[in-house]
Write a protein that binds this ligand. Structure first.
Ligand code: SF4
Ligand code: SF4
Length: 465
C-alpha cells in the first residue's frame, strides 16, 4: 500500500508564538518595567535596552470589515504590521520606532477614534451581546455602553483620575462580561420570573429537559387547563433564563420590569489589596433607550465621587472600603434600600448574606421601600400630641417583651404604634423617627437574618460572664 500521510485533524488554533512581533519574542519574560509616557502611549523596557512602544486606540467593539482594513493599514504603515486587540477591545499598535508615534496618533484621530485608556484612565468598556444577539438579555449592551462611554470620553483620553477605572456591562445575570470584578459594573436585571404559555409548552419543549435546565430546581410538572405543563416556584427563581433557553414557551423578557442595576468596587488586580467582587449600589434603573440618560448620569456620579475623594492609585473598591460603605452611599447620594440585602432563599448557602449590617444612616431604606410603600400617607402632616421619644419607648417595650419569642420588622412596629397612638396623631413619619432614635441610641439594632428586623442587641455569651 502506498504511503499515505496520516491526516492530522483537531489541531486547534495555531500557537500564539507564531504571531508575536520579533521584539516581543526576543524579550519574552525579560521585560524590566513599563512606563506610561502620555495618554494612550506607554513603553516596555527590555533587559537588553529594547523599547517596545504601545499606542492604544478605543474601538467601538463592533467593527466593520472596512474599518478593520483601515486599522490594519495603519499597522502596516507604522508598526511592521503588528497590532493586537485587548480583552476590552482596545486596539494596541506595537511600535519599535518612537519617532512614528505622533504621526500614528494623528492618523488614528483622523479616522475619528480617541487614543487613551492607559494608566489612570477609563479603558474601553467590556460588554456582552444585548438585545440584538441574546434572548436572555434584560437590557441592551452596545447601546448602553455607547451612551456611557460618549459621556465619559474625557476620562479615556486624559489621565485625570486617581487610578485605573474598569467598567463592564452584562445584559443579564449570566454575565458573559466581567461585571463581577469591575470597578463599576452595569448589569441587566430581570425582576420577574418566566411567563408560562401552558398551551404551548408540550408542543414546543421537552418537559423533562426543561425541568432539569433550572439550576435552582424551581420548575416541576403541572397540568393546567388540561395541558401538560409546568409550574414555577417563584421564590426559588433567580431569573437566569435557562428555562427560556431550552423552552421558548417560557419567556422572561418584560419591557416594563426589565432594567439595569449598578454594582461597584470589584477588581481583578492583586496590587495593594486582594481581588474583590463588585457589590450592589443601585438596584434598578428602568431601561430608557436609546441613550439611557439615568444610567449615564448614575455612572458619571459614581466616577466623580471616586475621582474627587480617592487617594492616588486607589481603586474604587479600595476607596469605598477605606471610607466605609455607608459613607460611600451618602457621598454618592444613593439610597440604601431593602433591595440591597440579598434575601434570595439560597443566599445563605453562598455566604452572600450576613447579619452584620451597620444601620447608621441606612434607615431611610426602610422608609423608602418598606412593605408599606403602597399605603396612603394620609395623615403625614397632621399635628401630633405624642413625641418621638414616647413612641420610641413604646416600641422598645414591644421589642423587649417579645425578645426570644417574636421579631418585628420596622413596618410591624410602625403599624402597631399607629394602631396604639393614631388618635394622638402618631403617623408613619413619626414612627420612622422613633425607629431611628432606637437605633442611634444603641437600644436596638437593625438585623437581617431571614428578614429585616429591629432587635435588642444580642449579648455575646462571653460578655455575659
Ligand atoms: Fe446573553 Fe446574559 Fe450573556 Fe447577555 S450576559 S449575552 S443576556 S447570557
Ligand atoms: Fe429556573 Fe432560571 Fe427559569 Fe427561574 S429563570 S425558573 S431559576 S431556569
Amino acid at each position: 500500500m502506498a504511503d499515505v500521510q496520516k491526516r492530522i485533524t483537531d489541531i486547534g488554533p495555531p500557537h500564539y508564538e507564531k504571531f508575536l512581533p520579533p521584539i516581543i519574542k526576543e524579550n519574552y519574560g525579560k521585560w524590566l518595567y513599563h512606563e506610561v509616557v502620555k495618554p494612550g502611549v506607554m513603553y516596555h523596557m527590555g533587559e537588553n535596552g529594547d523599547k517596545l512602544f504601545t499606542v492604544r486606540m478605543a474601538s467601538p467593539r463592533i467593527l466593520s470589515v472596512a474599518r478593520i482594513r483601515e486599522i490594519c493599514a495603519l499597522a502596516d504603515k507604522y508598526c511592521d504590521g503588528y497590532l493586537r486587540f485587548t480583552s476590552r477591545n482596545n486596539v494596541e499598535f506595537l511600535l519599535t520606532d518612537e519617532s512614528k508615534i505622533d504621526a500614528l496618533i494623528a492618523d488614528i484621530k483622523k479616522m475619528g477614534f480617541p487614543v487613551g485608556g492607559i494608566g489612570n484612565a477609563i479603558s474601553n468598556i467590556v460588554h456582552t451581546q444585548g438585545w440584538v444577539h441574546c434572548h436572555s438579555s434584560a437590557t441592551d449592551a452596545s447601546g448602553v455602553v455607547k451612551a456611557v462611554m460618549d459621556d465619559l470620553h474625557e476620562y479615556f483620553a486624559e489621565r485625570k483620575l486617581p487610578g485605573k477605572l474598569r467598567i463592564a456591562l452584562a445584559c443579564c445575570l449570566n454575565m458573559c462580561g466581567a461585571v463581577h470584578c469591575s470597578d463599576i459594573a452595569i448589569l441587566g436585571v430581570h425582576t420577574r420570573g418566566p411567563k408560562i404559555f401552558h398551551a404551548e409548552i408540550d408542543r414546543v419543549c421537552e418537559i423533562p429537559n426543561l425541568i432539569s435546565s433550572c439550576p435552582t430546581a424551581a420548575i416541576r410538572t403541572a397540568e393546567v387547563d388540561g395541558n401538560k405543563s409546568v409550574e414555577v416556584n417563584y421564590d426559588s427563581c433567580m431569573y437566569c433564563a435557562n428555562c427560556y433557553t431550552v423552552c421558548p414557551a417560557m419567556p422572561l423578557n418584560n419591557p416594563d420590569t426589565d432594567g439595569i442595576s449598578i454594582w461597584v468596587g470589584g477588581k481583578v488586580s492583586n496590587a495593594r489589596s486582594q481581588p474583590k467582587f463588585s457589590k450592589l449600589a443601585i438596584p434598578f434603573i428602568k431601561n430608557d433607550p436609546p441613550r439611557w440618560p439615568e444610567v449615564v448620569e448614575a455612572v458619571r456620579n459614581i466616577v466623580e465621587v471616586w475621582a474627587d475623594n480617592a487617594r492616588p492609585y486607589e481603586r474604587m473598591g479600595e476607596f469605598i472600603e477605606r471610607i466605609g460603605w455607608p459613607a460611600f452611599f451618602e457621598l454618592a447620594g444613593i439610597d440604601f434600600t431593602r433591595y440591597h440585602i440579598d434575601d434570595f432563599r439560597y443566599a445563605g448557602l453562598s455566604f452572600n448574606r450576613t447579619a452584620q449590617l451597620r444601620p447608621h444612616g441606612f434607615l431611610d431604606a426602610w422608609a423608602a421601600t418598606s412593605e408599606d410603600d403602597e399605603e396612603e400617607e394620609g395623615d403625614e402632616e397632621a399635628a401630633a400630641s405624642i413625641s418621638v421619644e414616647e413612641v420610641a419607648d413604646a416600641m422598645f417595650k414591644m421589642v423587649k417583651d417579645a425578645y426570644g419569642v417574636k421579631k418585628f420588622k420596622a413596618g410591624d412596629l410602625s403599624k402597631a404604634m399607629i394602631a396604639q397612638f393614631g388618635d394622638r396623631g402618631c403617623n408613619k413619619k413619626l414612627t420612622q423617627a422613633a425607629v431611628r432614635t432606637l437605633i442611634d441610641s444603641g437600644k436596638c439594632v437593625y438585623t437581617y437574618f431571614g428578614g429585616s428586623f429591629v432587635e435588642i442587641p444580642h449579648e455575646e455569651a462571653a460578655a455575659k460572664k
